[in-house]
Ligand binder design. Structure first.
Ligand SMILES: Cc1cc2nc3c(=O)[nH]c(=O)nc-3n(C[C@H](O)[C@H](O)[C@H](O)COP(=O)(O)O)c2cc1C
Length: 476
């Protein structure tokens, strides 16, 4: 049972007031508090396309939950290159634009609406043809290099890699193709603004295409892109073209954000000193309102650390705050400079308060807990009646996930464990909680992983919930 204290306890009051305080972004837009629902692929629907009824139900729950900002799951610029078969894709006509507009209205019509950002993305060489079925199995992913992502050293790793990516990626060598990708991101932002969203976040983290361009491992000899001033480091040409294009083609009050890695956590990949220089350069362009810091790739998923969920008492640490704390003295506070948004493991009122006080961040991103408690800000973090020791969320294991990891050789403890699959097991289970919210059913912390697979994935997503579901699907 939840213990309550007298409302107004001085110490908790200070913490809550700080987290509930508003923040002015460089473009003048006010964020009403410091809590951001981080970008999370919703897992609703199959085969790309615009938001569905399930998305609207889900986003209404977040809109009523007390968040300052809600960031969508990754919306892919190219429907052939998905990160998961459930991904949203950019509007391609009036009817799909209308669906995005309806989602924005559903959020903005709530009594105290958060700001709504669309995360625009291209998964680059991590897009699988066999998992997503969005292109022929022999059609490669694309990236700045020709490569097959590495998931582990052992035999099982080899099998997974070849099953998920039957062919290595195709290296983009043609400036025209890069220009098309740049235009896709700019067009995405323009459409998001047209559809009534408050801004965009450009996904340049987690080993996706824009992060691959930044990484010395996947882009050892970056191509200079046309129209970029000579003083811009080559590795930043792609981001510069995209951010400048969005800046020039959208209103000032339309929020521009980027998500980047503090490190890829892979030998030869982006490291913290390179990421520091990148952030400083990005800030110097004065085109950004928010910079989110994350880390890792789907082969090395540092951002999905299971430890940060398991034990709320021993794992009370943010995953990447050491990086932002060392960087923040060089960055002006908002609104003079962009807000630093830190995501990963920040699931505790005390930890959120100290991160804001030490300026490890200006905004706090929360992912996995928002799948189980969509109104986490109102219910826990900003709840006056909940004392500090109880204002946290974590301490859960995913029922059945250890069994699945053993079966699929995905244990992070084993040398050759397939980390991609381990992260996928956790991500899918959290997505299934979002699917439940989309269906109008409460999340279930005790849901066994196999139950999620059979009920949420196969019955409701693939089979659409049987004949009644087909009828509803056909009618919608
Ligand atoms: C179900 C799920 C889907 C996710 N999808 C995305 C995504 O689309 N884009 C992205 O940048 N990060 C994505 N992430 C990563 C989160 O934004 C966040 O960085 C990560 O969960 C760490 O934060 P947390 O410790 O608060 O969960 C996803 C995470 C989960 C659990």
């Amino acid at each position: 049972m939840t213990r309550t204290t007298d409302k107004g306890d001085n110490f908790d009051r200070h913490d809550i007031d700080l987290i509930a305080s508003s923040l002015i972004l460089p473009n003048g837009v006010v964020v009403r508090n410091r809590l951001v629902k981080a970008a999370m692929a919703e897992g609703i629907g199959l085969g790309g396309g615009p938001p569905r009824k399930g998305h609207i139900n889900l986003y209404k729950r977040w809109a009523e939950g007390g968040w300052g900002i809600v960031i969508s799951g990754n919306v892919q610029v190219d429907p052939r290159h998905l990160a998961s078969p459930h991904d949203l894709t950019l509007p391609d006509g009036a009817s799909t634009l209308k669906a995005y507009n309806e989602l924005a209205s559903a959020v903005h019509d709530s009594p105290s609406p958060p700001l709504l950002l669309m995360q625009i993305s291209h998964p680059g060489l991590q897009s699988s043809s066999t998992v997503n079925l969005s292109r022929w199995p022999w059609e490669p992913a694309i990236g700045p290099c020709s490569e097959r992502p590495s998931v582990s050293e052992g035999m099982m790793g080899w099998i997974w890699e070849h099953a998920v990516w039957p062919t290595p990626s195709r290296k983009i060598t043609n400036l025209e193709e890069w220009s098309e990708i740049i235009d896709g991101f700019i067009e995405g932002a323009v459409l998001a603004e047209k559809a009534g969203w408050d801004g965009v976040q450009i996904h340049s983290a987690h080993g996706y295409l824009l992060a691959e361009y930044l990484s010395p491992l996947t882009n050892p000899n970056p191509l200079p892109l046309p129209g970029v001033p000579n003083n811009i480091p080559l590795r930043l040409h792609l981001l510069h073209s995209i951010l400048k294009g969005i800046h020039d083609n959208t209103e000032r009050k339309f929020i521009k954000a980027v998500k980047i890695n503090c490190s890829d956590f892979v030998e030869g990949g982006l490291d913290e000193s390179q990421a520091t220089e990148i952030v400083k350069t990005l800030v110097s362009w004065s085109t950004l309102d928010i910079i989110e810091i994350s880390g890792g790739t789907y082969s090395r998923p540092a951002f999905a650390s299971p430890e940060s969920l398991k034990s709320p008492s021993s794992a009370r640490q943010s995953l990447f705050s050491h990086f932002t704390s060392s960087l923040s003295p060089f960055l002006a506070n908002p609104p003079e400079g962009p807000a630093i948004l830190l995501t990963g493991g920040l699931h505790d009122r005390g930890l959120i308060t100290s991160s804001l006080e030490d300026r490890a961040c200006d905004l706090v991103g929360i992912g996995r807990p928002a799948c189980l408690i969509p109104d986490l800000p109102n219910k826990i973090i900003l709840n006056d009646y909940l004392p500090k020791e109880e204002a946290r969320f974590g301490g859960y294991d995913i029922p059945g996930s250890d069994l699945m990891k053993r079966l699929l050789d995905a244990s992070s403890k084993s040398k050759n464990g397939i980390r991609l699959v381990g992260a996928g097991i956790s991500t899918l289970w959290h997505e299934w909680q979002l699917c439940r919210l989309g269906r109008g059913v409460e999340p279930d912390k005790n849901m066994h992983w196999l139950e999620g697979l059979l009920v949420e994935e196969i019955w409701f997503e693939v089979l659409k919930g049987g004949p009644m579901g087909w009828w509803r699907y056909w009618r919608s």
